[in-house]
Design a binder for this molecule. Sequence first.
Ligand code: ATP
Length: 196
Amino acid sequence: MKEWKVALSGGIGSGKTHIAQVFSALAVPVYNSDLRAKELMQSDEKIRRGLIALLGEETYKGAELNKQFVAQQIFSNNEMRRQVNAIVHPVVIRHYEAWSAAQNVPYTIMETALLFENDVYTHFDTTIYITAPMEERIVRVMKRDMCSREEVEKRMKMQQNDTICVQKADFVIENNNFALSQVLTIHEQIVHGKIR
Ligand code: ATP
């Protein structure tokens, strides 16, 4: 069976995890790249070597990733964040591809915050981008993460431009009251190979 690889992305608080759960309910296997990246930064030797070469020995405390140090290095430094992603993401994508190949389903989804950065999208057969009104996203993230508006806005500014991503994506889901029907339509299209 030809198995499509589908990327599901969107800005912070757009509802990636929320919409991914709907696809999961349709029996579509979903790979959470954020969680896997955290695991692989801990366990993968190639990532370890790359991060130490980029950020220095302080990146790991023995076997443990020094999360606080890495966060400090990339916070407010977009170029450094891009370089860290360039080390971590190829390993995550290869891990996803191996995982996906073992699923034996029409398609799998990788949930990812990155899509059009570092050419991540080129590894996928099709891409889905989730949008929601900016104000809703801010309020939802403030509530979810118990943080300030300023913190959310700062994280948003570090991300890819939403309008450009919407233009580039193959499918767009507006995370509103009609999200379920949008998911069902896209699911049908992908299952029948009507992509791109
Ligand atoms: P991040 O980029 O931070 O990982 P995300 O894109 O995965 O965020 P979610 O965590 O899915 O976004 O959604 C953000 C918050 O908004 C969550 O608390 C979620 O439960 C809530 N939420 C998402 N979509 C909806 C919706 N359609 N209706 C109500 N609440 C929603």
